[in-house]
Design a binder for this molecule. Structure first.
Ligand SMILES: [Zn+2]
Length: 293
């Protein structure tokens, strides 16, 4: 424990410079905006009919009541056009300024999400935010230790970036993450292999949500409108809980998505509906989609 912390601190100093460089690199992601036709999937609301009973009703007049049909638990239904799902994902935190506010909003709306945390951001006294997110039903994913572009590192460095962060997460929530997201989304077969060794799937995002809240850093209305308009069943939506405007956009975004009939799941909850074994360690996911035979 002590050794790991000491090691982590020295890593923190060594990597401070490259962290800044790689964060800057995130800002120059190639443009991947596109227009898609958003379909409206209105989900009829299930309503429970409340039957009033009277204790004084004569027994002789009691007729056989129909067997009550159990309410389908929407959380158990797989993503479908009739019951669409999106997975909101938040990268680069935890943020002292924004993550707590975001957790408040998600709790109020009962929306589970996935947080891809950076190890070097966690260990500077933000462990409680990770713990809180996990305890409130969110998934914690690995976004590397220092947010370097993994495709520029050798395999040993990739493994170190990932294993340091997985160990840190395990120390906080009691289990290692099963999903990771490479900074800027850049991945290779080697990175998938390193992730597989550490028991993690590679989880990026559908290109439609690339990375709109970075490109419109100070425009909550744009961020919420964009996500509401482009969301489709099975989308893994890329957002950042280090961006104040993103957090400010959440009430409208969640309301708009719910109005379109969307449900919310963590990444793993959604991908598990693909079948046993999903999300698969070493697998690479951009959205929920049936695997090809
Ligand atoms: Zn990132």
């Amino acid at each position: 424990m002590t050794m790991r912390k000491t090691k982590s601190k020295s890593f923190a100093r060594m990597r401070a410079a490259v962290l800044l460089v790689s964060l800057a690199a995130s800002l120059v992601l190639t443009s991947c905006l596109g227009n898609i036709e958003a379909e409206t999937n209105q989900q009829p609301t299930d309503e429970t009919t409340i039957v009033e009973t009277s204790e004084t009703a004569p027994i002789v007049e009691t007729t056989a009541e129909p067997t009550p049909t159990p309410e389908p638990d929407l959380a158990d239904l797989p993503p479908s056009e009739d019951a669409p799902v999106v997975a909101l994902t938040f990268d680069d935190g935890p943020s002292l300024r924004d993550t707590g506010t975001l957790l408040d909003l998600l709790a109020a709306e009962e929306v589970p999400a996935t947080f891809f945390v950076i190890g070097s951001q966690v260990e500077i006294g933000r462990e409680e935010l990770v713990k809180r997110a996990y305890d409130e039903g969110h998934e914690i994913g690995n976004h590397t230790y220092s947010h370097q572009i993994l495709t520029t590192l050798d395999q040993a460095q990739v493994r170190q970036e990932l294993s340091d962060t997985s160990d840190m997460i395990e120390n906080i929530i009691g289990s290692k993450p099963t999903v990771m997201r490479p900074p800027t989304g850049a991945w290779s077969d080697d990175i998938a292999a390193a992730s597989e060794e550490l028991g993690m799937a590679v989880v990026n995002w559908n290109w439609q949500s690339c990375p709109e809240d970075w490109n419109h850093h100070d425009d909550p209305q744009h961020i919420s409108d964009f996500v509401i308009e482009t969301a489709q069943n099975g989308h893994i939506i890329l957002l950042h809980d280090t961006n104040e405007a993103t957090v400010a956009s959440m009430p409208d975004m969640i309301a708009g998505l719910k109005e379109r009939g969307f449900r919310f799941m963590t990444v793993s909850q959604m991908l598990e509906h693909l079948g046993e074994g999903h999300p698969q360690a070493g697998g690479v996911y951009h959205t929920y989609a049936q695997p090809e035979n």
